[in-house]
Design a protein around this ligand. Structure first.
Ligand code: CIR
Length: 256
């Protein structure tokens, strides 16, 4: 069970962040509205929120997930793989240290984005992407091993439609993993129950289990129905403006 989450209000220059999506410019009023609804959903799931002020120095800083890996045993600060994001770690360190006073960090030349790290119980899948490199993955695996967790890497560099590992998979508890079609045959998931996301619904593969609910992006009826059929309780959120900046549901909070 999670009890807390850290979120950051989107900055007014949100649209200047990094993106590969060709979905148009985000409407900032709608960004704020969708973010507020997202925060409300976390509270509905029983979480206390630490809400950080908007930070104009970092247009992507509302995507707090990329700055840290929070586990039940300890936190590890990342070193994001895009230059414009690196300073975000110092900007959030104080908030994380309030809950995790000693958090080691990934060191150069290693790079890790939190979006590449998928916790699945005692095991962590570490995505090798254009943001998370082998050195960073190795450092993270060593930290996790020190905490008693196992880990393995999954190379997603050839899957051009996703930014991070978790753009394509989500572990939602109960031995169940939601997986986009391109990754469904991956041996890494053979011990888990799979919910396969169809090609047209790929964006929805980034969903988030928060206590008794699963946050799911709106507009993806097949995945929503598949979750309900397995006994999960989807909480649907409009993510249109975050999708324009390559962001998904998991990116918008650090949950612990
Ligand atoms: C970026 O490119 O870094 C942001 N525009 C999107 C980050 C999304 N983060 C995530 O999936 N964890």
């Amino acid at each position: 069970m999670f009890t807390h989450a850290i979120v950051r209000i989107p900055a007014a220059n949100f649209a200047e962040g990094l993106t590969t999506a060709a979905l148009g410019v985000p409407d900032f009023d709608l960004v704020l509205e969708q973010h507020a609804r997202y925060c409300g959903a976390l509270q509905e799931c029983g979480l206390d929120l630490t809400t950080l002020d908007a930070d104009l120095r970092y247009p992507d800083s509302t995507f707090v997930e990329d700055t840290a890996i929070l586990t039940a045993r300890a936190a590890i600060l990342t070193r994001p793989g895009a230059n414009s994001l690196i300073g975000e770690v110092d900007a959030i360190r104080g908030a994380i240290n309030q809950f995790f006073p000693t958090a080691p960090a990934i060191q150069s030349p290693g790079s890790v984005d939190g979006g590449d790290i998928c916790e699945a119980g005692e095991h962590f899948f570490i995505g090798l992407s254009h943001r998370t490199n082998e050195e960073g993955a190795g450092q993270l695996a060593a930290h996790l091993a020190g905490l008693g967790y196992t880990s393995s890497t999954i190379d997603v560099r050839a899957i051009t439609s996703i930014l991070h590992l978790k753009s394509g998979i989500s572990y939602i508890g109960d031995h169940t993993i939601v997986v986009m079609e391109e990754m469904a045959v991956n041996e890494a998931f053979r011990a888990l129950d799979l919910i396969q996301v169809s090609l047209e619904e790929s964006y929805a593969a980034n969903c988030v289990r928060v206590n008794n609910r699963v946050l799911v992006a709106s507009g993806f009826p097949r995945l929503t129905a598949a979750l309900r059929a397995r006994g999960f309780d989807p909480l649907i959120l409009d993510m249109s403006e975050f999708q324009k900046m390559d962001g998904g549901l998991s990116c918008l909070s650090l949950r612990f």
